[in-house]
Design a protein around this ligand. Sequence first.
Ligand code: GSH
Length: 239
Amino acid sequence: MSYPEVIYDRATGVAADTVAKHAEPQPLVFYAGWFCPYVQRNWIALEEKGVPYQYKEVNPYKKDPHFLAVNPKGLVPSAEVNGKALYESLVINEFFEDFFPDTPKLLPEDPVERARARIWIDYISKTVVPAFRQLVLAQDPAEQSKALSNYYEALKPFIEQIAPGGPYFLGAKFSLVDATIAPWVVRDFIHTKYRGYERSAAGEAWEKYSQAIETRDSIVNTSSDKEYYKQIYAKYLQD
Ligand SMILES: N[C@@H](CCC(=O)N[C@@H](CS)C(=O)NCC(=O)O)C(=O)O
C-alpha cells in the first residue's frame, strides 16, 4: 500500500492538543507522522507512561536531510536519544519499557506471560496488519469479499485469546499487546464504511474489546480526526 503524495502536514483533533503539550525540547525526541499507525503504537506507549518527550512531525515521504541524518532508513516512527536513532515501532516500545523503568509497565513481569504477550504482538504484526492492508487494497467485489473473510479469519485466533471479561488482551491491565493492535482498531471505520466490515460479525468479545481500546485515554489522545485518516486511504476507496 502506498500513502498519498500529499499528506496533511499536522495532527488534528485531540491528537493536535497532545502534540502542543510536547513541543518543548526534551532528551527524547519522537519523530512521528500523525497518520502512521506504527507511530501511534509508540505514541500510545509514551502517553501511557506519562514521560517527557518532544514530538516532531515529519513527512517520511519528503526525506528532510536532518531526519535522514537521524534515521538513514527514513521511516517514522523514530526516536532520538543521546544522539542515537532508534526505529521500528516494536523495538521502540520495548526500549521505552527498559528506558523508563519507574513508569507503568506495559509488559507483564512474569517471564511466561511476557513471552506470551510477545507472541501475540508478533501475531498482530505478521497476520492482522497484513490482512487489514489487503482489505484496503482489494478493489473488485470478489476480491473484497475474500479479503474481508481473511480479515475475520486473521482476527479469530487473537479474539480467542482475549482474557475472559477483558477489557484488555491480558485482562484488567492495558499492555503493549493492546498498544500494538490499537491503531488498526482506530482505523477500522474505513472497512465498516467501504468494505462491509462489522465488529459484531467478529463476535461480542471483539466488539467489547474494540470499544475498550478506542475509548482509552492514551488512544483517544493520539488519534486525529477521522476525515483526515480517510484521506490517507482515499485512492483505494470509492464513494
Ligand atoms: N516496520 C516499521 C514500519 C514503519 C513505516 O512503514 N512507516 C511509514 C509511515 S506509516 C514510513 O515511514 N514510510 C516511509 C517510506 O516508506 O519511505 C515500524 O514498525 O516502525
